[in-house]
Design a protein around this ligand. Structure first.
Ligand code: SAH
Length: 344
C-alpha cells in the first residue's frame, strides 16, 4: 500500500484520488480527516460509497493504534502509540483548566544524546512521517473527545516529546502546515511550538518558512564547556553560533523566542550561571522557562532544591521574563525527559 491518507495535503490527495475524480473530492477528504475528525474511510460520508470502497482497497487511513494509556494522579495522560511498522512512540496530554497541552514526538527515539534525558538512552530508531506526527494529534483528539468538549483554539501543541524536530524538519513542516491550515486542523500559529537542542543551520531554515510553528531552544547551560558536557551536540553547533542564530531569527510581531533550561543540582544552577544566562539572552526578545530536573533511574544528576530554583529565577527575571515549569505526569514517566516508551 502507498502512503496513508493521514498526513496527505491537498496535492497528495488529488494525486491519490486520480485525475478522473472532480477536484472537490480531494477537499472533501481533506476536511473530513483534519476538521471533520473522521477516524476511518467509512467516516468520510461526503464520498460516494463506491469511491470509499475502491479507496479502502488501495489506501490505508493511517491513524496509529493506541497500544497503552497511562493516567497520572495529576490528570496527565501518557499514550504509547503503535505505528504501522510496529514501533511505538509516545504522546502526552496535559489537561488544565484554561487549556489542554499536548506534547507530541517528532522521531521514535533520539540521536542527540543529552546526558540528562531518558529518551537519549533509546538512540534514534527513525524519524516520523508527517502523517505520524499529525496522527498523534488526531488520535488524542478523538480519544479525549476534544472536538466536542473543546474548541481547538484551546489546544496547545508542543513538539517536545521524543526526538529532535529540526533533524526531521521537512516532515515537521508538512505536519505543521496541515495543523495550522484553517481548512485543515485549524490551529492558531501561536498554539504550536517546536523545541530544538540547537541544530543551528536548521534554525535559519525554519525562520524562512512562511508557515511555521513557534520556536523554543533548549539552552541548559551558560558556558560553551558546560553545555558541551551536558549536550555533546554543542561540539558540532557551538553555543556562540546558537546564540547568533537566535539573534538573527525572524520573530513575528507577537512572538518571543522561548528558551528552556533544565536545572541540575550543583552542575548548572548557581547564581553565576543565572547571571551568564541573562547576559547570553540580553539581545534577544526572549523568555526563559526553568525546569528542575525530572529524575530517571539511569540519569546521573539530581534535582535542585526549590530555593535554588527560585534564586535562579529571581536573577534572570531582572533581565527577561522567566517562569518555573511545574512537572506533569512524573508518576507515569510522562514528564520532560522521561519519554522512553516505558511500558510500566
Ligand atoms: N529535542 C528537543 C525536544 C525534546 S526535549 C529539545 O531538545 O528541545 C524537551 C525539553 O525537555 C527540552 O527542553 C529538554 O532540555 C528537557 N528535558 C530533557 N530531559 C529532561 C529531564 N530529565 N528533566 C527535565 N527536563 C528535561
Amino acid at each position: 500500500m502507498s502512503q496513508p491518507l493521514v498526513g496527505m495535503d491537498l496535492a497528495d490527495l488529488r494525486e491519490a484520488l486520480g485525475s478522473d475524480q472532480p477536484g472537490y473530492r480531494a477537499t472533501q477528504v481533506y476536511e473530513a480527516i483534519y476538521r471533520g475528525r473522521a477516524t476511518d474511510l467509512a467516516g468520510i460520508t461526503a464520498l460516494p460509497t463506491a469511491l470509499r470502497q475502491s479507496l479502502a482497497e488501495r489506501i490505508a487511513f493511517g491513524l496509529p493504534e493506541i497500544a497503552r494509556r497511562f493516567e497520572s494522579a495529576d490528570g496527565t495522560r501518557r499514550y504509547l502509540l503503535r505505528l504501522e511498522d510496529g514501533r511505538t512512540v509516545e504522546t502526552v496530554l496535559m489537561p488544565e483548566d484554561e487549556r489542554d497541552t499536548m506534547c507530541i514526538s517528532s522521531q521514535a527515539g533520539c540521536a542527540v544524546d543529552c546526558k540528562f534525558c531518558m529518551t537519549a538512552l533509546l538512540g534514534l530508531e527513525r524519524s516520523l512521517t508527517a502523517g505520524e506526527i499529525v496522527g498523534q494529534v488526531l488520535t488524542l483528539v478523538h480519544d479525549n473527545n476534544l472536538d466536542r468538549a473543546h474548541d481547538p483554539r484551546r489546544l496547545n501543541i508542543v513538539m517536545m516529546g521524543q526526538g529532535e524536530p529540526l533533524l526531521n524538519l521537512d516532515n515537521v513542516i508538512k505536519a505543521t502546515r496541515i495543523l495550522l491550515d484553517p481548512a485543515g486542523f485549524g490551529l492558531s500559529p501561536r498554539r504550536i511550538t517546536v523545541s530544538t537542542a540547537g541544530i543551528v543551520p536548521k534554525i535559519a531554515e525554519l525562520g524562512r518558512e512562511p508557515v511555521r510553528p513557534k520556536l523554543a531552544v533548549s539552552l541548559n547551560a551558560s558556558t560553551e564547556e558546560a553545555r558541551s558536557e551536558l549536550m555533546p551536540i554543542t561540539r558540532k553547533y557551538h553555543l556562540k553560533d546558537l546564540i547568533e542564530a537566535c539573534q538573527a531569527y525572524p520573530l513575528r510581531p507577537w512572538e518571543k523566542l522561548t528558551f528552556e533550561y533544565v536545572l541540575l543540582k550543583g552542575v548548572n544552577d548557581t547564581d553565576a550561571d543565572a547571571r551568564r544566562v541573562a547576559k547570553l539572552l540580553a539581545n534577544i526578545n526572549a523568555k526563559l522557562n526553568l525546569i528542575a530536573l525530572n529524575p530517571g533511574p539511569e540519569i546521573p544528576y539530581q534535582t535542585p532544591d526549590p530555593e535554588r530554583v527560585a534564586s535562579f529565577q529571581t536573577i534572570v527575571r531582572r533581565s527577561i521574563p522567566c517562569f518555573i515549569r511545574k512537572p506533569r505526569g512524573l508518576d507515569i514517566f510522562a514528564a520532560c525527559g522521561q519519554l522512553k516508551s516505558s511500558a510500566v
